[in-house]
Design a protein around this ligand. Structure first.
Ligand code: ADP
Ligand code: MG
Length: 348
């Protein structure tokens, strides 16, 4: 079993060596895995019609567009380390909505690597598992993601957020907000593997180069304001202010203080400076704030996906979303409670 995740705050900071504060949620990917006598891998998912059967030594030949690249990417990453896997059959079933910014991708990867580690007694450490999932998603699937999702899904503990410092991947547990947290799936699927995300990464690298620093982690908003202009200034402003918000949020949470205003500021920065929000996500956040939420922001890479709302119940929010989105002929988003959960583990 591996959970999905919500990132409380710290978006697009991971590949800039900054900070983020995610937690695992009680939506998860279940995996039943059994060894097989043949040297072949047979995988199926209750969420997909396409089943895949492939010889163990041939995993790299799976179709580039197949969902099976996620689990087979883990086998590929193991083989690259000269860790041989015998044949197996696997069936996945997930309650993490796919492509909604709740990291179904890290969830299916983590479920796979944990199950293989357990079943075939590979003796891999948590850090190895994180690296293998990251290698599979970046190098095999081709999604240029950072480490946030993998760490959140593999290292979270129920009731806590994980403050991650991406400079050395160190983690610190923090309390979570005491208010109710609600996830709203915009039902406007994001496109993580597409060009927008890669373009933002490039823009951040260019901004760092223009400032003469190795990564935007080393820059301050004041320096960005003074030295950059145009797109580089906007992208760097988001990253540098977001890093400050994450540290401020962790500090406030440690003292049981509210963080709604930090979530709001994060959303505005992602919308205006980083330009990764979309009409649906903006509308969800506006609707929630009008109803009296203490904070709301888009979560995940952006261009669709989900939003996180603080201080409202899902049944207070859902009717307003239904009315607003129906009137605009947009798909009605679904709101559900975000409960914190344990990271990936073996169920039986
Ligand atoms: P997110 O991680 O936000 O859900 P991604 O685009 O990163 O979105 O990953 C979604 C992709 O992960 C799906 O399109 C599919 O290829 C794969 N995936 C995730 N969960 C499953 C599952 N249970 N069964 C099959 N494929 C899955
Ligand atoms: Mg993903």
């Amino acid at each position: 079993m591996a959970p999905g995740r919500v990132n409380l705050i710290g978006e697009h900071t991971d590949y800039n060596m900054g900070f983020a504060l995610p937690f695992a949620i009680d939506r998860s990917t279940l995996l039943a895995l059994s060894p097989s006598p043949s040297r072949s891998i047979a995988i199926a998912s209750r969420q997909m019609s396409q089943k895949v059967e492939i010889p163990v030594e041939d995993v790299a030949s799976v179709a580039p567009s197949s969902w099976a690249r996620y689990p087979l990417g883990v086998v590929w990453a193991l083989q690259r380390r000269k860790i041989e896997i015998p044949g197996f059959s696997a069936l996945f079933d997930s309650t993490v909505p796919l492509g909604s910014g709740l990291s179904s991708s890290a969830s299916i990867l983590a479920a796979t690597v944990c199950a293989l580690n357990d079943l075939f007694e590979l003796g891999l450490s948590r850090a190895d598992l994180i690296d293998l999932c990251h290698e599979a998603e970046v190098e095999f699937v081709g999604a240029p993601v950072g480490y946030l999702d993998q760490i959140a899904v593999l290292s979270s503990h129920q009731g806590y957020g994980v403050l991650i410092d991406f400079l050395d991947l160190s983690t610190t547990e923090t309390p979570l907000p005491q208010e109710t947290m609600v996830i709203v799936d915009s039902r406007s699927p994001h496109r993580n593997v597409s060009g927008d995300y890669a373009q933002r990464r490039r823009e951040c690298e260019e901004a760092a180069a223009a400032l003469g620093v190795k990564s935007l982690r080393e820059a301050t908003p004041e320096q960005v304001e003074a030295e950059l202009s145009g797109i580089e200034r906007l992208r760097a402003l988001h990253v540098t202010t977001e890093n400050r918000r994450v540290l401020e949020a962790a500090d406030r949470l440690a003292h049981q203080q509210p963080i709604g205003d930090l979530l709001n500021a994060s959303h505005v920065s992602l919308r205006d400076d980083f330009a990764v929000s979309c009409r649906e996500l903006d509308l969800i956040c506006e609707t929630a704030l009008e109803l009296g939420a203490s904070g709301a922001r888009m979560i995940g890479g952006g261009f669709g996906g989900s939003a996180l709302v603080l201080g409202l119940q899902s049944d207070e929010l859902q009717p307003a979303l239904t009315t607003t989105f129906s009137q605009l002929n947009l798909p009605v988003p679904t709101a559900f409670r975000a409960s914190s959960a344990e990271g990936a583990s073996r169920l039986s």
